[in-house]
Design a protein around this ligand. Structure first.
Ligand code: UT7
Length: 330
């Protein structure tokens, strides 16, 4: 019997036009372009400024673009998974909101939150719907309005994050392309180091939570950095080992874009040439949480050839992390 694998067959993205530069940030908090570039590697990030609009404003545009460029009717989509840590509302699921905005009315729709590792979790979940035959055409859309939970008085976090959305179409393939292998891990050790304290059921919004600035991202950067380097490198190396891949067998590494120094460390551990095979766009968008990997795919799709081995590796809140080995399908 032919093996059915889930493959990405189209990709699109929406990036809001407003660019927040390091110079503008240095007028808001005590920071400099030099610090941000050398410690993190971010030159600028895009911010959604449309009044009254949330994450799904961007996701809607990414999904509509995806449908158009792949000549797909909304009625053909039978599944949509949205990965996000910044849904429009706690409920209903943003996937349902996006489906409604895009005329997708015949689909299973739900959200997934695995922090910055959300895309790889959603992609793997979608692949199981596709491989089982339950769905034929699925969309994974990752969207983040990180600016809505970023404290622009906190210099340790406000330079890091940006807003964006990206969507991929996922379909079955029997030609050997698609997802080859997946490793997903979590340990709970990250809970004290990366979170947004209030707004959930434990600490609903109140005057006190607002006064204490608890509706913003808190990150102990140093601790998260150490874990991110170790775990992303571990999982990427394990992916190579268990698939008997040498650096020559890999066309590109697509790592989560949180810090250029983390990306360098992961590439070194894998023995991959950082200048040729490691895809980087953190300088243009910053850390867009679960959008970093699909927006890397979108930015670099022209480079990929059918059959290329791509390693997608990510790490985020929880901690939750993992890696996917994907054979490019077109
Ligand atoms: O995406 C989810 C996972 N997240 C990550 O993987 C992020 C992991 N962490 C990081 O990328 C880094 O830890 C950060 C970029 C967040 C911070 O970089 P760092 O090299 O770890 O800096 P630090 O927090 O150790 O701070 C070093 C110094 C401190 O000053 P002192 O105490 O040495 O005098 C900070 O106060 O840099 C200072 N600092 C800044 N200075 C200028 C912190 N933020 C800034 C800033 N501008 N924006």
């Amino acid at each position: 019997m032919e093996t059915i694998r889930a493959a990405i067959t189209a990709v699109d993205a929406y990036v809001p036009p407003y660019i927040l530069t390091n110079d503008e940030l240095s007028n808001m908090v005590d920071t400099t372009n030099e610090w941000i570039m050398t410690r993190v590697g971010i030159l600028e990030r895009h911010i959604l400024k449309e009044k009254g609009e949330g994450m799904t404003y961007m996701a809607e545009r990414a999904v509509k673009g995806l449908l158009e460029k792949s000549n797909t009717l909304p009625s053909e989509i039978d599944g949509i998974i949205c990965s996000t840590v910044t849904p429009d509302m706690i409920f209903p699921a943003s996937a349902s909101i996006i489906a409604g905005k895009c005329g997708i009315v015949n689909a299973v729709a739900f959200d997934m939150n695995a922090g910055c590792a959300g895309f790889i979790h959603a992609f793997k979940t979608a692949s199981m719907y596709i491989e089982s035959g339950f769905c034929k055409k699925m969309i994974v859309v990752s969207g983040e309005k990180m600016s809505s939970i970023t404290d622009y008085t906190d210099r340790s976090t406000c330079p890091l994050f940006g807003d964006a959305a990206a969507a991929v179409l996922i379909e079955p393939r029997t030609d050997g392309t698609g997802i080859q292998d997946t490793i997903l891990r979590s340990n709970g050790a990250g809970v004290p180091y990366l979170y947004m304290l209030a707004g959930g059921s434990q600490r609903p919004a109140s005057h006190e939570t607002v006064d204490k600035r608890q509706h913003y991202i808190y990150q102990d950067g140093k601790v998260v950095f150490k874990w991110a380097v170790e775990k992303m490198a571990d999982v990427s190396a394990e992916m190579m080992e268990r698939n008997n891949l040498t650096p020559e067998d890999i066309a590109y590494l697509l790592p989560h874009q949180a810090n250029l120094r983390i990306i360098d460390a992961v590439a070194n551990r894998m023995g991959i040439d950082k200048n040729k095979k490691v895809l980087i766009n953190i300088d243009m968008y910053g850390n867009t949480s679960s959008v970093t990997i699909p927006i890397l795919i979108w930015d670099n799709q022209e480079k990929f050839k059918k059959g290329d081995n791509l390693i997608l590796s990510s790490f985020g809140a929880g901690f939750a992390w993992g890696s996917i080995l994907l054979k490019w399908a077109f």
